[in-house]
Write a protein that binds this ligand. Sequence first.
Ligand code: F1P
Length: 358
Amino acid sequence: MPASGSPVRNLHTLTEILSQPETWLVSQRELAGNAAFQAAVRAASSRKEWLFVGCGTSFYLAETAAACWMLLTGQRARALPASELLLFPDLSQLNVPDIQTVIISRSGRTSEAVRAAELLTNRHKLPTLGVTCANDSELSKACKLTIALPSADEKSMVMTRSFSSMLLTLLQLAASRSGARSISSSFADISAALSSRIQSFHERVESFVASRPFADYIYLGQGPFYPIAREAALKITEMSCSYAQPYHTLEFRHGPKSVVAPETCLTFFLSESGMQAESEVLVEMKELGGTIIAICNRAPEAVRRASDLVFEVEANVPELALLAPFIVPAQLLGFHTGVKKGFNPDEPKNLSRVVILD
Ligand code: F1P
């Protein structure tokens, strides 16, 4: 029973996590008639470089979007925390032709994100695209164009469905630029695949968390799955005040693996591109005594044998369409770990829903 005393199932953070398959479909339907999205698609055709900006979860979304953009379009794309634009503007290298900037903020009110948008629009005279879940936000006033996804907004402090829905929106924008039709058509498939599994994921995570205590949490991913690992680490930190570290999967061998012990919970976001190399790390960490969670589309036998918990999406979709469903088991791990430790994920310790600076 969480600290709030209300049953777990009544916590809106859990309700929102479980609503993601349906939310993705609603958001995609909203986009079909969204004038701002269509304008962004038209504008994207003349852009040659992209800079994605955000804070917290929205920064990890920016990193994921930048990786997807490069893989889908072949164009140069980068991600920066909004604070870096404000404090170290020369790091952002804005003086390149045909750059498009994208500022991501669920609330559309985060001071650093709004200030970064104002700087890019007003001082640097650059095209700014806002991506948010709020209508009529300060972000939309600071950007030349803004895509809003109100159906993906949340009551919760932590970002869950807003992260995955805005990710799919940016993926759809990248697919429109690259002509990768299979990406846009895959959203119904990942929604259906997750919808038929999410209750089982929820129950399996809850019982796994109840079965044993952990001292720390490691999240591993390569390529566009690395920022998903960073977001997963933030989720369990925000909801359960646990120590969590993300690494590129193969980087974990180069020193950080010294921490591995039975009370270390290692979550692997297994890509299809790097499955062989990444699963070898998974097997090695099991041999070191770690507790292993594997999140993948389909688990090779070696992964199944070495893992304590396996989550498979089993969707016939392009690899990048797996990024959104892959974060869901990690969101559930953060939620149930928080409840087990006596926290209320609806009211995370020390956090506010939006960081507003004076
Ligand atoms: C960004 C953010 C969240 C974090 C917390 C504080 O919010 O850092 O990622 O979980 O809610 O704000 P936003 O700019 O996306 O609204």
